[in-house]
Ligand binder design. Structure first.
Ligand code: NAP
Length: 462
């Protein structure tokens, strides 16, 4: 009988699926993949992170669905690593495990008042409007007139754009119903995007910035008037700036030259060279204090922000910090707190507390491997590297398929533990249900946002 290598993948986002796809591409290896996901729904940040008005980006799930249809692939949704299954359960049943769990937490600003009501992480707002069941019950005070989004990355721009869009613009998307309703009643007038460095150092990409020029009922303003760069940034722009950076500057120039006397209801302000230093208010957010920065050249040539004496204090009813996602530790795995990643060498887990010994059967892919950077496609090359490292290790160590497997199939264990796991065909029932419900309203889908309801839909249809 043919001997298969059994690989478990934890997480069903892009990194997990690209790893599965690469495993199945290996013609000289017989491989089976079991993928575990804590939600009943697959696709990680493509469902729960990519903005609802970016449907084209979400179509990448067609590629993942084709991978899932491989006869040697099984999906176990609604199964949480660390709660329903442990590392030891997997080590007893699989030849190797790939952890592709992403970076579910967020970085803190570390300033006074950050914990006040009305101050949120972008991560939770994004998960809320995307209908992630763990965040569906959150409340955001959209009766506020001014919101501040701290950070100049693509997530910050997503948050500002969703806040700036009209109910009509949002109604064409698959935004969660409750978020559509709450945002339709929003009283926001001013949405500030705050970058600690200058326009040349903005982390967003041009296509995301360009979208602000096309908003129906929102003006976009570059604070400080016409775009001006400091001499060092101007020099970098002319010598070594990337294509994207040059495009960003062109778009910001267009923004700075726009006529803003259009009486639109909302205004998005790009404010560069400013850092929040304090959030204040009685029991909830009322004000934000920002310090203006200047850029100072470092020994490595980079331009870092340095505080000046110049302070701004503004009324603020809502604050979103969008300064990067952060990985969380997993039980029985090493973790590097500073980078929020699992220490690894080319995707192979290594133990810093044990002389950096490499673990032969444990691997990582995606943001938990390299940190929260890059676009969806970046996870492909990342996962390919991990898979090849794993197969090379199998060969170099002369490992054999099944040599460490001591226990029966995982389904028996899940059944014994009464875990209500769902398969990929179960998910497809829910997928069809959501798409049909959306079509009736001219929307791409209407998301089900509670696990209980997801399971009920699936069980009713199966
Ligand atoms: P990001 O791109 O790393 O941006 C983080 C932003 O936070 C930067 O502007 C950074 O400024 C700022 N920041 C960091 N620490 C700060 C601090 N202490 N105070 C003030 N500002 C601070 O992260 P992200 O926006 O969370 O996005 C994560 C990844 O997902 C990125 O690779 C992004 O491109 C990707 N993504 C892509 C899309 C898309 O393609 N449409 C959408 C969403 C996300 P400095 O530069 O000064 O450090």
């Amino acid at each position: 009988m043919e001997k298969y290598w059994n690989i478990a993948i934890i997480g069903s986002g892009p990194a997990g699926f690209y790893a599965a796809g690469e495993l199945f591409r290996q013609e000289s290896w017989s491989i089976k993949v079991d993928m575990f996901e804590c939600l009943p729904t697959p696709f990680g940040l493509v469902r729960g992170g990519v903005a609802p008005d970016h449907q084209k980006i979400k179509s990448v799930t067609k590629i993942y669905t084709r991978i899932a249809e491989n006869e040697n692939f099984r999906f176990f949704g609604n199964v949480e690593f660390g709660r329903d299954i442990q590392q030891s359960d997997l080590m007893e049943r699989y030849d190797a495990v790939i952890y592709a769990v992403g970076s579910p937490a967020d970085r803190a600003l570390g300033i006074p008042g950050e914990e006040l009501s009305g101050s949120h992480s972008a991560t939770e707002f994004v998960a809320w409007y995307n209908g992630h069941p763990d965040f569906a019950e959150l409340k955001f005070d959209l009766s506020a007139k001014q919101a501040f989004v701290i950070g100049m990355g693509n997530v910050a721009l997503d948050v500002a754009r969703i806040l700036a869009k009209t109910p009509d613009e949002l109604a064409e998307t698959d935004i969660a119903d409750y978020a559509l309703k709450a945002l339709a009643e929003s009283q926001l007038e001013n949405i500030w995007l705050v970058g600690r460095r200058g326009p040349l150092q903005a982390a967003f990409t041009p296509s995301e910035a360009r979208e602000f020029l096309e908003l129906q009922e929102s003006d976009v303003v570059l604070e400080g008037g016409l775009l001006e760069l400091d001499p060092e940034s101007q020099h970098l722009l002319e010598t070594e700036a990337s294509k994207d950076t040059k495009k960003n500057i062109e778009i910001l120039k267009q923004i700075s030259e726009r006529d803003t006397s259009t009486n639109k209801k909302k205004h998005v302000h790009f404010l560069f060279l400013a850092s929040p230093v304090e959030i204040s208010g009685k029991g909830r957010v009322e004000k934000i204090s920002l310090i203006r920065n200047q850029l100072v050249k470092q020994a490595d040539g980079s331009l870092r922000p340095q505080a000046t004496e110049n302070k701004i204090v503004e009324e603020a009813g809502l604050i979103f910090r969008s300064i990067g996602y952060l990985g969380k530790p997993l039980p029985d795995l090493p973790f590097d707190k500073k980078s929020g990643t699992i220490p690894n060498e080319c995707g192979q887990v290594k133990d810093p507390e044990n002389g950096n010994t490499l673990r032969m059967r444990e691997y990582v892919a995606g943001w938990i491997k390299r940190g929260p950077s890059g676009v969806i496609g970046t996870n492909k090359q990342d996962a390919v590297e991990t898979v090849h490292r794993m197969l090379e290790t199998f060969m170099v160590e002369k490992m054999e398929a099944g040599q460490d497997v001591k226990s029966q199939d995982i389904t028996a264990l899940l059944e014994k533990r009464k875990v209500d796991f769902i398969s990929f065909s179960d998910w497809k029932l829910l997928d069809t249900h959501e798409i049909e419900a959306g079509q009736a309203e001219g929307r791409p889908r209407r998301k089900v946002t509670s696990v209980t309801e997801m399971l009920a839909v699936i069980r009713n249809k199966s």
